[in-house]
Design a protein. Structure first.
Length: 267
């Protein structure tokens, strides 16, 4: 699943079309399916956590979320997507310079007034990548979480926005927290300050995308994620893993941890 740094990088890439006018285009998914976008000028792209906002000069916004399967593509003038990929487009915008922007297999597509963006984002916690992120206020939200474990609290986008399963597992390792640690046993300020630094580094450093160890070798990019049964890169103990269903009806998400570096301490 794309995480906050993924969507941040996507917005940076899509900003190459800011200022362009949609010559021909439409929304093909969601309740706004069939809405024409012709004549609108793209004025900007913004993010909040894993949510992408494409803003137009008529005071409207295209709100999208990629979840597990969505993606975006830009094709140059005279270039086309493979027919199979094009059939999965939920947004198509042919620009006045000949380029085409495609929103592919997007499970969430909404068109709304830009002034109404808080209606779809207001339930989210503060974005770790936004300027002015207040680590103390975010830590207060973390402490107020009713989630039974620190892992579930950090994955809850209502607490802070932008952390997905990869980052939560790596963050817990670096802070020495077992994923089943109670929220009350975690020190929120340093935990979230580290989360912000990690996400920002991944989002803005070209060769550091989702690399938490600083190593680029195969199987060396993450401390624990994807390393079940393999030696911990710090102490050599076999990394453990387990699948959890965090929300009823959702697919299980895997937790990874080193039992020596991240012992589950008695409260």
């Amino acid at each position: 699943m794309p995480e906050g740094d993924s969507v941040f990088r996507l917005a940076v890439r899509l900003r190459q079309v800011d200022g362009a006018v949609v010559h021909q285009g439409e929304i093909r998914g969601g309740r706004a399916a069939g809405l024409r976008l012709d004549g609108r000028r793209v004025v900007g792209h913004a993010t909040h956590g894993k949510h992408l906002l494409t803003r137009f000069d008529d005071g409207s916004t295209l709100h999208t979320h990629m979840r597990m399967q969505g993606s975006w593509a830009i094709t140059g003038a005279g270039r086309r997507l493979p027919a199979r990929a094009a059939r999965g487009a939920r947004v198509r915008m042919v620009l006045d310079d000949g380029r085409t922007v495609w929103g592919l297999d997007l499970p969430v597509v909404e068109h709304l007034r830009t002034a109404d963006e808080p209606l779809v984002l207001g339930h989210l916690g503060p974005d770790l990548l936004h300027d002015g992120f207040d680590v103390h206020a975010a830590a207060d939200r973390l402490r107020a979480s009713t989630a039974p474990t620190i892992r579930e609290a950090l994955l809850d986008q209502r607490v802070v926005a932008g952390l997905g399963n990869l980052w939560v597992n790596e963050l817990c390792f670096l802070r020495g927290l077992h994923p089943a640690t109670p929220v009350s046993a975690a020190d929120g300020e340093p935990l979230l300050a580290l989360a912000r630094r990690m996400l920002w580094h991944s989002a803005t450093t070209p060769d550091a995308y989702q690399t938490t160890t600083g190593r680029r070798g195969k199987g060396q990019r993450h401390w624990v994620v994807g390393r079940a049964g393999r030696p911990c890169l710090r102490c050599g103990t076999a990394v453990q893993a387990d699948d959890h269903v965090d929300v009823a009806g959702s697919p299980p998400r895997r937790a990874w941890w080193c039992p020596r570096c991240q012992p589950l301490r008695a409260r």
